[in-house]
Structure formats: structure tokens, C-alpha cells
Design a protein around this ligand. Structure first.
Ligand SMILES: Nc1ncnc2c1ncn2[C@@H]1O[C@H](COP(=O)(O)OP(=O)(O)OP(=O)(O)O)[C@@H](O)[C@H]1O
Length: 274
């Protein structure tokens, strides 16, 4: 999608309305388990071309849903709708949480570009949400998050000193720092080499466990490893089709029996022309 999601949600997961509530996310979500998210009857016609029509999908509560689909099929569009961001050519559609509460302020977004502030130290990037909200910075918690992503000891470095994989770990720490029950990940590991990507997939599955996650990816193997549920957006206009995920908990090892056959089957669904 050509335009960029609202800076505040990309950087910190905080929606603009959220900044002035004076209530920390931790307090607001205390005692509320992550909801399932339902998207129904979406019709989007950017530039006069019908991209989605009657499209719907469900993100099961506390699970990772991997969403694949050809470039331009509407993956980011659906993600933006869930996030409550503007969508070009939006005509119809509903997004609801299973607990009946608004999703506003309960979503974090992690993008392919880590979007770290180059002038700020790692610790300041991780605590950006607190600082944008004008709240006291919880530095001890930020150090716990950095430790969790395997980056203890680099808190004072600037992003330029880090590898791509380390930078995405910082972005993951920042996402975790926000502690939102719903996490939207738009090709978060797309720019990383295979080995680094594999490690980050494991880390993200472990650290995001129990949250309701939508993972948009172009990598079928990533979907098979990380997806509790796997959906493919296909057709014109596109609809979401469910593909049976491999058995077993995520992250699934690459030597999961049958993974090659499942990869071939998933590729066939992806390659199928409308
Ligand atoms: N502001 C806009 N103006 C015109 N067309 C748009 C706009 N935003 C999105 N589109 C079109 O809507 C369609 C869906 O875009 P979207 O970014 O959701 O696809 P995607 O599946 O995420 O693609 P990719 O995998 O390449 O990121 C595309 O054809 C895109 O060109």
C-alpha cells in the first residue's frame, strides 16, 4: 500500500485517541483476555478497482493467524481496517472484538521496516510509547523486554550499530513493551536472511504467545511454522480461504513431518489463478 500507517500506531501501537486517556495499557487491559477479532463483509474499491468484496475472516483469540496472498490482494488493507486506519476506496465492512469492547487502544503494529529512531538509543526506542504519551518511562521493564529478545547489554547503542536482525528484535521489544492483546505484524521478518528469520520466528511465537496476532507474510514456510491458523487471500475480488495448518504447536520445527508436502500444497493454493 503506498501510504504509511499513522506514525503513532506504527511506532508504538498507541492510537491517537489513546494518548490522552491517562490510563496505561496495562491497567486498561488488566483482567481482560485477548479477544477474537472478526472482520466481515469488507468491500474496498481503491482507484475504482474492486479489490475486496464480501471479504471476511476471523482471528481466533490468543492465536497466531498467518495471512498470505499475492501482492495487491488486500492483506495490508485488511490489517489497516483492523487497526482503524484510513483505507483508500473503503465502501463497507465491520471489525468487531469477541468481547464486545472497542479495539481502539488494544492494538500494536509491527512493520517490516523496524522504524527505529536513528538518533535515539535502543532503550529510548523501546520506551518510545511511554515518552510519546508523556508518561514516566518504565526503564526496568524495558530492560526486561530487551533481555527477552536476547539483547541485554546493548541498551545504550544507537540503531546504526545494529544488524538488521538485532534491529527487528528491538522493534519486537518495543511491541512487547506496549503489552497490547492484539498484535498486527506486516511482513516483520521479510528483509532478514533465512537463519536470522528462523530465529526471530521462534522468538516471536514464544513472546507473543496468548495474544491475538495477525501475521501478514509472503513466506509460505513462515506461515507453516508460525500460523496456528493459515489464510490465503485469493481471487479478484479476493476472499480469504483457510488452509489446514500442520499439527502441533507453533513455532513448528522445519523438520516437522509432512512439512514439504504441506508447503507444496500451500504453494498450489497461492499460485491458483482466479
Ligand atoms: N491509496 C491507494 N490508492 C489506490 N490504490 C490503492 C491505494 N492503497 C492500496 N491500493 C490498492 O489496493 C490493492 C490492495 O493493496 P494492499 O496494500 O492491501 O495489498 P497487499 O496484499 O498488502 O500487497 P503487498 O503484498 O504488495 O503489500 C492494491 O492493488 C493497491 O494498489
Amino acid at each position: 500500500m503506498p501510504d504509511t500507517p499513522d506514525l503513532s500506531i506504527i511506532l508504538t501501537g498507541v492510537s491517537p485517541k489513546d494518548r490522552h486517556t491517562g490510563v496505561s495499557p496495562e491497567h486498561r487491559h488488566a483482567g481482560h483476555p485477548p479477544p477474537a477479532v472478526d472482520i466481515t463483509d469488507v468491500r474496498v474499491r481503491p482507484g475504482g478497482r474492486l479489490v475486496l468484496d464480501g471479504c471476511g475472516l476471523t482471528l481466533p483469540a490468543g492465536r497466531i493467524t498467518a495471512l498470505l496472498g499475492a501482492s495487491g490482494s488486500g492483506k495490508t488493507t485488511l490489517m489497516r481496517l483492523i487497526a482503524g486506519l484510513d483505507v483508500a476506496g473503503f465502501e463497507a465492512g465491520h471489525v468487531t472484538a469477541s468481547d464486545g469492547r472497542p479495539l481502539d487502544g488494544r492494538i500494536a503494529w509491527m512493520a517490516q521496516q523496524d522504524l527505529l529512531m536513528p538518533w535515539a538509543r535502543v532503550i529510548d526506542n523501546v520506551t518510545l510509547g511511554d515518552r510519546l504519551r508523556g508518561r514516566p518511562v518504565d526503564a526496568p521493564r524495558a530492560h526486561v523486554m530487551l533481555d527477552a529478545v536476547g539483547l541485554a547489554g546493548i541498551a545504550r547503542l544507537r540503531p546504526a550499530a545494529l544488524s538488521g536482525g538485532m534491529r527487528q528484535r528491538v522493534a519486537l521489544a518495543r511491541t512487547l513493551m506496549e503489552d497490547r492483546p492484539v498484535v498486527l505484524m506486516d511482513e516483520p521478518f521479510g528483509a532478514l536472511d533465512a537463519v536470522t528469520r528462523h530465529g526471530l520466528q521462534d522468538l516471536a511465537c514464544r513472546l507473543l504467545r496468548g495474544r491475538t496476532v495477525l501475521l501478514v507474510t509472503h513466506d509460505p514456510l513462515e506461515a507453516l511454522r508460525m500460523g496456528d491458523e493459515i489464510l490465503v487471500l485469493s481471487g479478484r475480488p479476493a476472499i480469504a480461504r483457510r488452509v489446514t495448518p500442520p499439527p502441533g504447536p507453533v513455532p513448528r520445527p522445519v523438520d516437522t513431518p509432512d512439512l514439504g508436502a504441506r508447503l507444496a500444497a500451500l504453494m498450489a493454493v497461492l499460485e491458483a489463478r482466479p
